[in-house]
Design a protein around this ligand. Structure first.
Ligand code: FAD
Length: 538
């Protein structure tokens, strides 16, 4: 640390030799004059802002923060960092670089410590705000399907706003849209459409990536293929995504949004699996749904059920949850492409009334929403939590992928035992299945190794601000869940994984580890990118 602080001091006080773009010699690392005025910041205001994230658990202050106004600034930084590391690679600490998207990671994944620079992608978003989503509705050439070229720094809400204006939209979404394209593509980007369209990483045609060697490379399934698949789900390890070409489809206008309540976990998961089954498509037994998720409703001190439910029904739902202590809520949506679509109601009638879904009779609810309202549904909750000071609190989240064959064991061992016994769970607990054949095994994303057609995602989206317990108690629960899964040999994998050592990461990647390591050597040989993931810099 002392070495880098000294280096910074010397460099930032060097006489200006690179003004007006007329470089006299190769610029040194962190030469502030090499970047546009004010772009490279080392002041406490900038570095402190980059030292936190949505998790509020990890805090690391970087040496500097780059506020890029163009992709060129990022190329310059990665070139400098690569050359510097290359020259000094005689066992000195690598100088690291972390792209910071919306910093909605929960374990410091977008941070860099005192030997690193954070690239603040939100500044690039500001700089390119009106030009970072380009929608092409009728492309020429063989593909002929609409697409959008989107900056890696763009938020998904930017993509939705821009594409809806042309009557098109991406098919696969996260529940929350105020995340960057580069951030979710570095993980997978999952949500209620993933069972049918795959995660967001299955909906990308092409990307521009600045690799760890400082090169700006265009990659796709047919061009620089290995980089393309490495970066998707690649946890920021191979390069910084500056553009992604996202597949678009005709945009629905309205959504019929449905919630069904269950007291029996087996009935709940059986219905979820029936609804996502490929056999359902094209005139199967049940009508097709366009979105499917699920969540737990826990009896915790009488907290009221979601505002989704009609006020008049709140007392009976509350007493249902109190009686069972744990109720399962299946959530689905059916899209409509024309206003006033009666077909939606008919489909719903077929599905809920005739579909022999085994929810509790009398506990089916539906409402209509515009496509935009439905997709951006988490935003109002965010605004409400912000106003009560409850957004910026610790979030010790745990997200898992569970093989279908073990979801019943998970339900009894985790939900009915650990969660009910501890009775400290705050925030949503999501549980819903996805079809494995919608994921591409060539990407870096990690799924359960069990060769099964379906796996579940389970997300404990804890928020410690609601209670006195603090996040450590919730973290203890996370640990107990992980130990239970390990003991039971469930073969679960973490999503948005966080580990502290390379050995743990190797175990997480399993059969994919050697390829991941090999790709790291090829695209970021100095191991300088996204150190906050602690994969190669534990
Ligand atoms: P950051 O936290 O800024 O970065 C994440 C990682 O990606 C870091 O390692 C960073 O270095 C790297 N990175 C960032 N930008 C780039 C880039 N351009 N190129 C390469 N690497 C980059 N996830 C889901 O899948 N589905 C959900 O429904 C969902 N809902 C969420 C709701 C909330 C309220 C929150 C807080 C998170 C949610 N997430 C969800 C998780 C989210 O997808 C990840 O945390 C994602 O990383 C957040 O994007 P970000 O822009 O904040 O990334």
């Amino acid at each position: 640390a002392t070495y880098f602080i000294l280096l910074l001091f010397i460099i930032t006080t060097l006489p200006i030799s690179t003004l007006n773009g007329t470089k006299t010699s190769k610029p040194q690392l962190l030469d502030i004059n090499y970047f546009p005025t004010g772009a490279l910041r080392t002041d406490p205001a900038a570095t402190t802002a980059a030292a936190t994230d949505y998790g509020h658990i990890v805090h690391r202050r970087p040496a500097a923060v780059l506020h890029p106004s163009s992709v060129d600034d990022i190329v310059k930084l990665l070139n400098l960092a690569h050359d510097h590391n290359n020259m000094n690679n005689n066992n000195t600490t690598t100088f690291t670089v972390a792209a910071r998207g919306r910093s909605h990671s929960v374990r410091g994944q977008a941070m860099a410590a005192e030997n690193g620079v954070v690239v603040d992608m939100m500044r690039l978003r500001t700089a390119r705000y009106n030009s970072n989503v380009r929608v092409v509705v009728s492309p020429r050439g063989h593909r002929r399907r609409p697409y959008a070229d989107v900056g890696g720094e763009a938020l998904w809400i930017d993509v939705l706003d821009a594409t809806l204006r042309h009557g098109v939209a991406p098919a696969s979404w996260t529940d929350y849209l105020h995340l960057t394209v580069g951030g979710t593509l570095s993980n997978a980007g999952i949500g209620g459409q993933s069972f049918r369209h795959g995660p967001q990483i299955s909906n990308v045609h092409e990307m521009d990536v600045v690799t760890g060697t400082g090169k700006l490379v265009t990659c796709s399934p047919s061009n620089n293929t290995d980089l393309f698949y490495a970066v998707l789900g690649g946890l920021g390890q191979f390069g910084i995504i500056t553009r992604a070409r996202i597949a678009l489809h005709p945009a629905p206008k309205r959504v019929k949004w449905v919630r069904l309540l269950y007291s029996d976990f087996a009935a709940f998961t059986k219905d979820q699996e029936r609804l996502i089954s490929d056999r359902n498509h094209g005139g199967g037994v049940l009508p097709e749904v366009d979105y499917l998720e699920g969540s737990l409703m826990l009896h915790r001190g009488g907290s009221p059920p979601s505002s989704f439910f009609p006020a008049a029904d709140v007392p009976r739902i509350t007493s249902l949850v109190a009686r069972h202590r744990l109720v399962y809520c299946l959530e689905l949506a059916i899209n409509s492409y024309v206003d006033g679509d009666r077909r939606q109601d008919e489909l719903l009638e077929r599905l809920v009334v005739e579909g022999r879904l085994n929810y509790l009779p009398g506990f089916a609810y539906s409402k209509d929403a515009s496509y935009l309202e439905f997709l951006d549904r988490v935003r109002s909750g965010e605004v409400a939590l912000h106003s009560r000071g409850l957004w910026e609190v610790p979030h010790p989240w745990l997200n898992l992928f569970v093989p279908k064959s073990r979801i019943a064991d998970f339900g009894s061992g985790v939900f009915r035992d650990i969660v009910l016994r501890r009775n400290i769970t705050t925030g949503p607990v999501l549980v819903y299945p996805m079809n494995r054949n919608k994921w591409d095994d060539r990407t870096s994303a990690v799924l359960p190794e069990a060769a099964e057609d379906v796996f579940y995602t389970v997300g404990f989206l804890h928020s410690s601000g609601f209670d006195d317990g603090g996040w450590e108690e919730l973290e203890e629960q996370n640990k107990e869940i992980m130990e239970f899964c390990e003991r039971s040999g469930m073969g679960v994998k973490q999503y948005l994984a966080h580990y502290a050592t390379t050995e743990e990461w190797a175990k997480h990647f399993g059969a994919k580890w050697e390829r991941f390591r090999h790709r790291k050597s090829a695209f970021d040989p100095m191991k300088m990118l996204s150190p906050g993931q602690r994969i190669f810099n534990s």
